[in-house]
Design a protein around this ligand. Structure first.
Ligand code: NAD
Length: 306
């Protein structure tokens, strides 16, 4: 009887041992499978990290995501390209216009109505600029990027230039930038952040016969840029100027062939500039990647000024 009980005990122990062995083998197989799968995903992750362009924060998002930008005179030409480029990089864009509502609406629909809005304002009007800037802050909660692009020409030799033509150009090109900066600076200071990019010109840097009013306004932009940069730098706000050369737009379309040829002969890179040449630089200056650049005048002119 005792022998029988002992045999049964040994049999049960053997049975338990073999099922424990089976469980152990099963667990090992599962863990090897899980480990292999983990290694595979890690490999994939490493590949993705290297191939997707990363933003400044290294998270793969676009470099202006979440920013609100105001671009003046954005219904056509350089301003239009800047608005589209800032939107491409993730910003919500206020497309300012003075003349044609249709063209501004066109830019908005090209960008997408969720990511842009057209706002009419004559930048030479101080109070209207205040309304525009305050309206943006009220509606969208913040303003992060201000691009002063609106500009006009009233060319003529100094001997014949009317006071009206001189004043009109200065009022839009120079005072217009002062107006928007003056109103936006309050918001930028509160936010302790902001990007101001002013569109100057090679004419403001070098001067140009027949453009005393325009050159004066664009040179004024450079002084304005440097002073504002110094004033606002301690609060993390940057202010830079971009000085385009000869860019193909409706503004330069009106030049005579002789005038175009004369300019072309001064361009070492031997081609006219494109609106994208300017817009890409503006997008960079508006981003966190340019946080250590302020008070600069950056020429985009094929080497006309060096
Ligand atoms: P553009 O004439 O095609 O565009 C200028 C825009 O400013 C227009 O949409 C116009 O409606 C707008 N505007 C004019 N007055 C305004 C006002 N009072 N309020 C609001 N908007 C107003 O010219 P562009 O070639 O695109 O020039 C854009 C900027 O670049 C200008 O400041 C210009 O002086 C500067 N720039 C141009 C060149 C060039 O070769 N095209 C060279 C150097 C600098």
């Amino acid at each position: 009887m005792r022998n029988r009980i002992n045999r049964m005990k040994t049999y049960r122990m053997q049975e338990q041992a073999s099922s424990a062995k089976l469980i152990f083998i099963g667990l090992r197989l599962v863990s090897v499978k899980v480990l292999n799968r983990y290694r595979k995903t890690q490999k994939l992750r490493v590949i993705r990290k290297d191939s997707v362009p990363q933003d400044a924060a290294g998270k793969g998002k676009r470099m202006l995501t979440g920013k609100v930008a105001l671009v003046t005179g954005a219904g056509r030409g350089i301003g239009r390209e800047i608005a589209k480029t800032l939107a491409r990089d993730g910003a919500f864009v206020v497309v300012n216009y003075n003349g044609s509502k249709e063209r501004a609406e066109e830019v908005v629909s090209e960008i997408g109505a969720k990511h842009a809005v057209a706002v009419r304002c004559d930048v030479s009007d101080f109070a209207a600029c205040g309304e525009m800037v305050n309206g943006i802050v009220k509606e969208y909660g913040h303003l992060d990027i201000l691009v002063n692009n609106a500009g006009i020409t009233r060319d003529g030799l100094i001997m014949k230039m009317s006071e009206e033509d001189f004043d009109a150009v200065v009022a839009t090109n120079l005072k217009g930038a002062f107006h928007t900066i003056r109103h936006a600076s309050r918001t930028f200071l509160k936010q302790r952040a902001g990007r101001i990019i002013n569109i100057s010109s090679v004419s403001g840097v070098m001067g140009n016969a027949g453009q005393a009013n325009y050159s004066a306004s664009k040179a004024g932009i450079i002084g304005l840029t440097k002073s504002v940069a110094r004033e606002l730098a301690s609060r993390g706000i940057t202010c830079n100027a971009v000085a385009p050369g000869f860019i193909e737009t409706e503004m330069t379309d009106v030049m005579t062939d002789a005038a175009k040829e004369a300019v072309m002969s001064q361009i070492p890179l031997q081609r006219t500039g494109k609106t994208t040449d300017i817009a890409e630089l503006v997008a960079f200056l508006a981003s966190d990647r340019a946080s250590y650049i302020t008070g600069q005048v950056i020429s985009v002119d094929g080497g006309m000024h060096m």
